[in-house]
Ligand binder design. Structure first.
Ligand code: BTN
Length: 325
């Protein structure tokens, strides 16, 4: 089905809020014949929508597939610029790689790349990021802040707050953030964030923020080695979550926090981040590329750098590490 017609049809059903709409009304709304309406309804069914058709009443959607597409993300999106330019593909090697190329070609701020599946998802510290089809959110966002390069880690913390708040809005869950950017539920990882830069010494050209969220995976969908350390929103709530709705909520939260950050600086974001953090005030082990440091997390500085106090009261500034609580 042509994508504008499908978008209009879905819009009509979404406005009807689960009530029936007559075939006549649909055909007027999307501007095509009753036969064409029937064909479009059949095509939605093929794509996993469940529709009830009752004579004299018309049709209503009883169940939506958890599908993501540009249409599903854009329909009902409340942002001004985040996600207004969408690149969606069913399968990519890594959304991060595509977003990097688009950023280098001058794509506007707010561009997002979303895929249903990644064959070569990338995590922090050159790790692989498991990104199967139909269950997760694999998304990269391009932003172009006019800030010093040294401040860019703040955006990772801002993103972690935005995703945490979006999860709180869409589900009854209350996740925590583990410095710098892991989002946890019951001590298991649910979200990973990877921030990459295109910059010169004194100018940021683009920040590419990759977000991976385990949404609808069941326990058995995770490889065995991940089952005890990773979880999904479905595992924690027992419910199937509409991925497109969660993406919309993340984009809106991100845009609101980013606007606040640009006008008021990092302090309000830092306070929010601290309120969700489980790293602070705790003893932890930081494994950096150059060694392991054990100590108490006494705070983050104004750049988002973790301050770790060891047994000799020496304070270490941790820029990048794996944290063990
Ligand atoms: C981490 O190691 O915790 C960060 C994981 C980031 C994964 C996301 S999924 C979307 C984007 N594309 C990638 O290849 N990686 C990021």
């Amino acid at each position: 089905m042509q994508s504008e017609l499908r978008a209009k049809l879905l819009e009509a059903f979404s406005e009807a809020n689960g009530e029936f709409i007559s075939g006549q009304k649909i055909s007027e709304y999307i501007g095509c014949s009753r036969t064409a309406v029937w064909k479009h309804i059949e095509s939605l069914r093929k794509d996993g929508y469940e529709l009830e058709g009752v004579r004299k009443l018309g049709y209503r959607i009883t169940k939506k597939p958890d599908k993501i597409s540009s249409n599903e993300i854009q329909l009902g999106l409340k942002t001004e610029y985040m996600g207004r330019n969408i690149f969606f593909e069913e399968i990519v090697d890594s959304t991060q790689k595509i977003a990097q190329n688009l950023a280098a070609d001058g794509t506007p701020e707010g561009t997002i790349v979303v895929a249903d599946m990644q064959s070569n998802g990338r995590g922090r510290m050159s790790r692989k990021w498991y990104s199967p089809s139909g269950t997760g959110i694999w998304m990269s966002m391009v932003i172009r802040p006019n800030i010093p390069v040294i401040d860019t880690p703040q955006l990772t913390l801002l993103t972690a707050v935005a995703v945490t708040q979006a999860i709180e809005e869409i589900t009854p869950l209350h996740p925590n953030i583990k410095w710098p950017n892991d989002i946890l539920l019951n001590n298991k990882k649910i979200v990973g964030i990877l921030t990459e830069l295109q910059a010169e010494a004194d100018q940021v050209h683009a920040v590419i923020i990759g977000i991976g969220i385990n949404v609808n995976q069941r326990t058995e969908d995770f490889p065995e080695e991940l089952q005890s350390i990773a979880t999904s929103l479905h595992r924690e709530t027992g419910n199937t979550i509409e991925r497109a709705k969660l993406i919309q909520a993340i984009l809106l939260k991100f845009e609101q926090l980013y606007t606040l950050y640009i006008s008021k600086g990092f302090l309000p974001i830092k306070l929010l981040w601290e309120s969700y953090s489980i790293s602070l005030k705790n003893e932890l082990i930081a494994r950096t590329l150059t060694g392991t440091i054990q100590g108490k997390a006494i705070g983050i500085d104004d750049n988002g750098v973790l301050l770790l106090e060891d047994n000799d009261k020496k304070i270490h500034r941790i820029y990048s590490a794996d944290i063990e609580l």
